[in-house]
Design a protein around this ligand. Structure first.
Ligand code: AMP
Ligand code: MG
Length: 508
């Protein structure tokens, strides 16, 4: 344990913590009674340079206590964990100051050339908790833990998760539940909302300090650009556009794409009422508190773009140092708009490329977009299972319909599928690859295993009874989403009937 405590350092030069008190408040976590380990990513332990066996060996109680935020000794004052302040737009409306209301960053771990921030989510109230209790419940913590790791293994940029620790401490949500703490790990937890905070508080010096921190740490090449801050915006545009294409490509709905939940590094961040779609519905809303459907599946890219506008607005005071004073204000707005336009030129081709790969198309044709849209239309009309449709499509043959059944049977309207399959086969005739090579390529981009709601639910129900084996098993399955996993087919199947009314709310 000394090894871990010693490895997590607060306030090293160049760290977010070193930005100072305008950016964060240091405070101890609020202890929880009798913490126990619920889940561990052994792979993340290795990434952080920790021995994963500590979590289950003789020091397991000390491990759980540490990652619950329970002080194993007095926190040295300058090494106290910290909560960061940020603001943001929530559901399209300016929400003012928010901040880490229940997250505390322990510090940074430096290992194998990487610097990673280690953060506890659910570790008690902070100055930014507003009406909240500073806690997270076991249910949402398991979901965040599993999905963070699942997304990483899908190849989608995300914050990671190292551990989940539970406690019997009661926490009130719609019902009484119990508390848990997830240890999240990321190079940075800076959000669009951080920039909005210093902009809206009219603190250009702090705004610049923050932007400099992000540029120096993550985008040093921006310094060579005529306007490094505009280049930073361009990086956010690029990474966000790519992220949106990737989410759309696996049927992932984030659920709460507020600007405070948008990572400046283009990572998937803040897993709340997210969901992977089972039956495809272009307008699927995974957050039942989102009554307007603002964050529906089909709207995510547009919302990403909207959020980038908020970021651009916040960065305006930094733009234009390189421009002559005369007419600078107008030029700055023009330049920022040009950079934002880059979202469209980046996202649309990224999405087409994603869809082309999902369809197993190696060569490019004008009509590919229409072909993909045609499939989405019939998937939507039939509520065909998103993951299985693409996975099973790889079994279809170029020459005849003998391999159609596994995908065709997912459509109630078989005629509609057959009509689309005719076009698809015509298109495949222009492809150089044979069926086996195409199937192999498709199976590297169309996952077989995703964190379906009912799978998470099963693991959660067992964990609530103190049986954590399913959390571990599911994590194992999700670490290899593209592989055939003999014996694990049950994890790739359609959701059972009992799961049809599962609802996920904002309360977590
Ligand atoms: P979210 O939509 O979950 O990302 O949260 C929005 C804001 O509310 C953030 O500032 C969170 O830190 C804060 N928040 C959410 N839940 C709680 C809670 N239980 N206690 C304190 N703050 C919370
Ligand atoms: Mg959040």
């Amino acid at each position: 344990m000394q090894q871990i405590a010693g490895a997590v350092e607060a306030g090293k030069p160049g760290s977010f913590a070193a930005l100072g008190t305008a950016f964060l408040t240091r405070l101890p976590a609020a202890p929880v009674p009798e913490p126990y380990l619920v889940g561990l990513s052994r792979e993340m332990a290795q990434t952080l340079g920790f021995n994963p066996d500590i979590a289950t060996g003789p020091e397991k109680d000390a491990f759980a206590a540490y990652f619950a935020g329970n002080p194993t000794r007095d926190w040295p004052v300058d090494a106290l964990p910290y909560a960061a302040v940020y603001s943001g737009h929530q559901f399209g409306v300016w929400a003012g100051q928010l901040g880490d209301g229940r997250a505390l960053t322990l510090g940074e771990v430096e290992h194998d050339g990487a610097r990673l921030e280690v953060q506890l989510k659910g570790a008690g109230r902070t100055p930014y908790s507003r009406m909240g209790d500073g806690r997270a419940v076991l249910r949402s913590s398991i979901r965040e833990f599993l999905c963070s790791e699942a997304m990483h293994h899908l190849g989608i940029p995300t914050t990671r998760a190292f551990a989940v620790v539970g406690s019997d401490l009661p926490v009130r949500r719609e019902e009484m539940e119990t508390a848990a703490i997830v240890t999240r790990v990321a190079p940075s937890f800076v959000r669009f909302g951080h920039f909005e905070h210093f902009y809206s508080n009219d603190r250009p010096d702090d705004l610049r300090k923050l932007a400099d921190h992000v540029i120096d740490r993550f985008y040093p090449h921006c310094r060579a650009e005529p306007d490094p801050y505009l280049a930073l915006l361009a990086e956010a545009v690029r990474t966000t556009a790519d992220l949106m294409a990737q989410w759309q490509g696996v049927g992932f709905c984030h659920g709460v794409m507020n600007t405070d939940n948008m990572s400046i590094l283009g990572l998937t961040i803040d897993y709340g009422p997210f969901g992977f779609m089972d039956g495809f519905n272009a307008h699927h809303v995974c957050n039942h508190s989102d009554t307007q459907g603002r964050y529906a599946y089909g709207r995510q890219p547009q919302v990403g773009y909207w959020n980038l506008f908020c970021l651009a607005q916040a960065l305006v005071p930094l733009f234009g140092d390189n421009l002559p004073e005369e007419g600078r204000a107008e030029r700055v707005v023009e330049e920022a708009q040009k950079v934002l336009e880059g979202f469209k030129t980046r996202f649309a081709p990224a999405l087409v490329a994603t869809m082309r790969a999902k369809l197993g198309l190696a060569v490019e044709r004008e009509s590919d977009d229409a072909l993909a849209n045609g499939l989405f239309e019939i998937m939507h009309a039939n509520r065909a299972d998103f993951t299985l449709t693409f996975r099973n499509l790889s079994k279809l043959r170029k020459a005849d319909a003998s391999g159609d059944a596994p995908v065709r049977d997912l459509f109630l309207d078989r005629a509609a599928f057959d009509a689309w399959a005719v076009k698809y086969r015509e298109r495949l005739a222009h492809e150089p690859r044979d069926d086996a090579a195409r199937a192999d390529a498709m199976n590297h981009v169309n996952p077989k295993y995703v964190l379906r709601n009912h799978l998470a639910e099963q693991a959660i129900r067992q964990a609530a009874e103190k049986d954590f084996s399913e959390v571990a098993r599911l994590l194992d399955v999700l670490r290899h989403p593209y592989d055939e996993q003999p014996g694990n087919e049950a994890y790739a199947g359609l959701p059972p009937d009992w799961a049809s009314d599962l609802e996920v709310s904002c309360s977590s």
